[in-house]
Ligand binder design. Sequence first.
Ligand code: HEC
Length: 476
Amino acid sequence: MRALLLIGVAAIIPSSALAQAKKEIKPIPIAEIKRTDPVIYEKEIEPIFYKKCITCHSGNVKEGRFDISTYEGVIKGGRRGTAVVPGKSMASNLIKLGTKSEKPFMPPRGEEPLSSQELGLIKLWIDQGAKAPTTSGPRKTVVVVGVPPANVSPVRAVAVSPDKTSVAAGRGNQIHLYDAGSGTHIRALFDPGLKTPDGKDVKAAHLSIVESMAWSPDGKYLVSGSFQQISIWDPHTGMLRHKIGGFAHAVVAMTFSLDGKFLGLAGGEPTVEGEIKILDVPSWKQVAEVKNGHSDTVYGICFKPDNKMIATASADKFVKVWEIPSGKFVKSFEGHTHHVLDVGWAADGKLLASAGGDNTVKVWDYDKGEQARTINAHSKQVTRLMFIGKKTEFLTCGGDSQVKAYNATNGGNVRNFAGANDFVYAIGTSPDGAVVAAGGQEGVVRVYNGANGSLLKSLLPPDAQPKQPEKKTEKK
Ligand code: HEC
C-alpha cells in the first residue's frame, strides 16, 4: 500500500482546525525518539490509546471492529485486518491512519490528533516488535486525588447493592467492592483459576474488561459480564460461585427481573448478530433465547415488570420487545438515528425509555407502539439508562460527563449528579433510588445521594496513591 494518499483531501474538512490552518491535511510528522530501552506498552502506549482512541474503540463502541482497550485487541486489528505489523511501523495501519497519511484518518476530524511525540513512541514500540505488557493482572496505577492520570483503567460497569451498603466498580478486568457509606474499599474479586491463554496467572476478576454488572434484588449475587463469559459472585465473601461461558462476544448488558427470578444477558458480535439470553435464578440454566433478533450488538436489556416480556436495544437502531420464554417477537420501536445503547421499562409497564448514540433519550408508549417524546438528554452519546426501582424516573449518563435523572411521564430533568470530568459509561442505583453511583473514563466511581444529587464519595482504585504522577512523556 502507498504511504501517502492525499488526492482530493484538500477539498474536504473545511471545519477542522487543522485544515483551516493548513488548508489541507498534511501527514503528522513522526518525532524521532532516540533511545534503546524498550517502550513499555502499559506505561507509554496504552495511556495514549485510552486518552485519544478509547471512546470509539472499546466496549459498547468498537468502530471498524477495532478494540484498542486491550493489548490483544490492538494486535488482533479490525475490519481491515491487522493494525500493527510488529517490526514494521510504516506498514502498520496504526501509523498510516494515525499520522493521517492514509484514510480513514484517526482519530477522525474534530478529535485531538496524535502528537508527533506520541506517534514517535508508537512507531518505536512497533519497530521494537510491538511487545506485550510486562505486567499481568492489576496494573500499577498512580493517582492524584481528583485528577487521575490516563493510565487508570476506566470504569465500564457499576452496581449498587439493594440494601445500599455496597458499591461494586468494574475497572478494567478488576472488580472492586466498596462500603457505600464510608467509601472504604472492602475487597477485590478474584477468579482463582484465571490464566492468560499462554498459561500465566492473572489476578483479576476476568481476563478482559468487565463490561456489565448486576446485583440480584435479594442481594445474594453479584454477576459480572466480560468477553464471552459471565461470573457469578458471592458479594459477601468475594467467592466466585459460577462461571458461564459460551457467549458469542462480550456480554455488555445484564439485568435481573424485578422479582429476581430471571437474569437477562445481552451482547453479540458487532455488525453480525445480537445475542439475547435469559437465565433462571438461581439454577443459572438458560430458559429463553432470542435468535436473529437484532443485526448488531445488543447494548441494553430490561424486563417488563410483569416478567412476561423483555425489551432490547441494539446498535442496529431498534428497540424491540419479545415474549418470554417463547422468544416471539412482539413489537419494535424505531426512531433513533444512531446505536441504541440502553433501554428501560417503567414499573407501570406503560412507558419504555431508550438511550441513543444520537444523544437523545426516547420515551415510548408501549401500548400504542409509538414514540411519546424525545428528550435531548445529553450533548454526547447517552451511554446508559436505568429506571429507579418502581418509579417513573430514570437515570442516564453520557459521553458529555453528565449524570442525570429524568421523569419519563413529562420528560422533565429532575436532578443532576455533578463531578465527572470525562465520559461516563456506567450507572447504578439502589432500588429506592437513595444511592446512585456512576463511573467512567476517569476510573473514579462517584457515589451520590439520589434524593438531592449531592456527591457523597469518590471511589478510587484501591492501590491508588494520592501522590504526584510519575514524570511521563508529555504531548507537546
Ligand atoms: C470519534 C471516534 C473515533 C476515535 C476517537 C478514533 N477512531 Fe479509529 N475509527 C473510527 C471509525 C468510525 C472507524 C471505522 C472507519 C472506517 O471503517 O471507514 C475507525 C477505524 C480505525 C482503524 C481501522 C480499523 C480497521 O481495521 O478497519 C484503526 C487502526 C483506528 N481506527 C485507530 C484509531 C486510533 C489509533 C485512534 C486514536 C488515536 C482512533 N482510531 C480514534 C472512529 C474513531
